[in-house]
Design a protein around this ligand. Structure first.
Ligand code: ATP
Ligand code: MG
Length: 559
């Protein structure tokens, strides 16, 4: 194998083989097939990046196909959100399609199958059918309706379609083999009666096709060359092939289903059913709650499209089930924001500092670069005055040599400003420091070029001028679950592992340049982490979400 082949993932290798065996390159076509019954999550992002990535790599079209065969759970809201998320991730689909576009074609084909004696109407109860299904090691038994005359099947199927039969009373089944080793081949259900309004076809239909019947035929209709799905469908592949075989025209392309392992992420749940529970039970504020593993939640949290694409690529695809460490996702966003986010100052846990030798009433606007290490970020003026806030944790009356922050009798540099020295402090009745009195070295202003400005002191602190600072709400998020695999416990519900402290709301002070920040703007708050403007922000109230801290407090907590 040459070097290039070796670096291909197993799906790319399959495609390369097909091309070598004569599949014309222009026949390559992929699809991403979401069911519009919830918002997309980081697992879907794996499938999106994979399918659209193949499209880009082979210059092949990728369809967005809504797999909308279950009217009970599907809604237009989800369709809109899914389209928005895929576009936001940076991908363009070729055609926007819906399985429901094919309801008539699927119906016509089903009638053909009945005529060929390959499908029949069964009116047993689901319990009866379940018993006849057999087990993985025992063959099933034939339904007493299996040999119903073709005419009667056609008539009953028409009655099903016309709404003349009750929901749950009849199904259409493919007549394959009740003794097949693959249980999916034991006369699977093709249609059920559901008298439900469909978000696209309205009340046109009261029978709806099952997933397997729909999916393979939709791939065939769209001439998808490689239909990539997750591992749980591996055992459906026989049925996928059988259904396509029934309608196959040899001048056309036969789609190929191949499977890869789902993306699982530690410390979260990913199934839409469970995410919906979190939303409906008010455990989170919505699908886009910044603690959710949804694309919309991650976006609101401050994640960039590039970080999610990079995460998907780095985690890669696998043939076996596995769990990806959420730390990798956090690494990817830190890595991106480290390069792209402007750096500003905010104080989350303030204590007042009075610079006693700084003239009262004086204010200065100090030039401060948005990034000291990279060109091109520009700068802003940061106001300085006699009274400032620093973080409470950045001051101690006494501390050992390793404490490079402010302590009595010692100096630190204020970022972009002066060197100050702590002289004394005031405390309340509980011994808590309420005010620190410092002096400053007038000649030490950063960037002034003076000898004192070049003086090395060990610590540099961020700060805001009290008179100029803006109050902001900061929402500090922690993982939503305390357990690495919340839905991996047989005897416990995943909700038992909800982290009660996953949201902390803080009144913070931020530098005035942030006054005009827009929703979704991202910043590094120096020495603290990455933050992004939340959509709840209004004219009178700035709200930030913490995307990730600079350092990972979680691993420290665990040790
Ligand atoms: P869920 O179990 O979360 O409800 P789903 O498989 O029912 O997911 P679909 O809307 O049917 O969700 O998925 C659309 C596509 O995304 C499918 O091809 C599916 O295989 C893929 N997909 C869904 N979840 C994941 C995941 N965790 N990792 C990788 N691909 C996924
Ligand atoms: Mg599904």
């Amino acid at each position: 194998m040459n070097e290039e082949k070796k670096s291909l993932n197993f799906l790319e290798q399959i495609i390369e083989e097909d091309l070598t065996n004569g599949l014309p390159k222009e026949k390559l076509r992929f699809r991403f097939p979401p069911e519009p019954n919830g918002y997309l999550h980081i697992g879907h992002a794996a499938s999106i990046c994979l399918n659209f990535g193949l499209g880009l790599k082979y210059n092949a079209p990728v369809n967005l196909r809504f797999d909308d065969t279950n009217p009970a759970k599907e809604e237009q809201e989800y369709v809109d959100a899914i389209k928005h998320d895929i576009s936001w991730l940076g991908f363009k689909w070729d055609k926007e399609l819906y399985s429901s576009n094919y309801f008539q074609q699927l119906y016509d084909w089903a009638v053909e199958l009945i005529k060929e004696g390959k499908a029949y109407v069964d009116n047993q109860t689901s319990e009866e059918m379940a018993i006849q299904k057999g087990t993985p090691t025992e063959a099933g038994t034939n339904s007493p309706n299996r040999n119903r005359p073709i005419e009667e099947n056609l008539d009953l199927f028409l009655q099903m379609k016309n709404g003349e039969l009750a929901e749950g009373s009849h199904v259409l089944r493919a007549k394959i083999d009740m003794g097949h080793v693959n249980m999916h081949m034991r006369d699977p259900i093709m249609y059920r009666i559901l008298k439900k309004y469909h978000h696209r076809t309205g009340n046109d239909w009261c029978i709806y096709p099952m997933y397997d019947w729909t999916h393979g035929e939709s791939d065939y209709i769209e001439q998808i060359s490689h239909s990539i799905c997750t591992l749980e469908f591996k055992s459906h592949r026989d049925l996928y092939d059988w259904y396509i075989e029934q309608v196959y025209d040899p001048t056309k392309l036969k789609p190929k289903q191949r499977e890869f392992a789902r993306r699982n992420l530690s410390y979260t749940v990913m199934s839409k059913r469970k995410l919906l529970q979190l939303v409906e039970e008010g455990i989170v504020t919505g699908w886009d709650d910044p603690r959710m593993p949804t694309i919309s939640g991650l976006r609101r949290r401050g994640y960039t499209p590039a970080s999610i694409r990079n995460f998907s690529d780095t985690a890669g695809i696998s043939k076996r089930d596995n769990v990806t460490d959420v730390a990798l996702l956090e690494f990817c966003i830190k890595d991106d924001l480290n390069k792209t986010a402007p750096r500003v100052m905010a104080v989350l846990n303030p204590v007042k500092v009075v610079i006693t030798n700084y003239p009262e009433g004086k204010e200065e606007f100090l030039e401060a670069s948005y990034n000291d290490y990279e060109e091109g970020f520009g700068s802003r003026a940061v106001p300085f005055s006699r009274e400032i806030y620093i973080e409470k944790e950045d001051f101690r009356e006494e501390a050992n040599k390793k404490f490079f922050r402010l302590k009595l009798g010692k100096e630190v540099r204020l970022k972009n400003a002066y060197i100050i020295k702590a002289e004394s402090c005031l405390k309340d009745e509980n011994g808590e420091v309420t005010e620190i009195h410092c002096t400053y070295d007038e000649d030490s202003r950063s960037g002034s070029g003076s000898e004192a400005s070049k003086r090395k002191v060990k610590g540099t602190l961020h700060w805001v001028s009290i008179k100029h600072a803006i109050k902001a709400e900061v929402r500090v998020y922690d993982r939503l679950f305390t357990d690495e695999a919340p839905d991996g416990h047989k005897d416990k519900d995943f909700k038992e592992f909800i982290n009660p402290n996953s949201l902390q709301v803080i009144d913070a002070f931020v530098e005035p340049s942030l006054q005009n920040a827009n929703i979704l703007d991202r910043f590094q708050f120096q020495r603290l982490g990455y933050f992004c403007v939340d959509k709840d922000t209004s004219k009178n109230k700035l709200i930030f979400n913490r995307t990730v801290p600079l350092r990972d407090s979680w691993t420290k907590k665990e040790k």
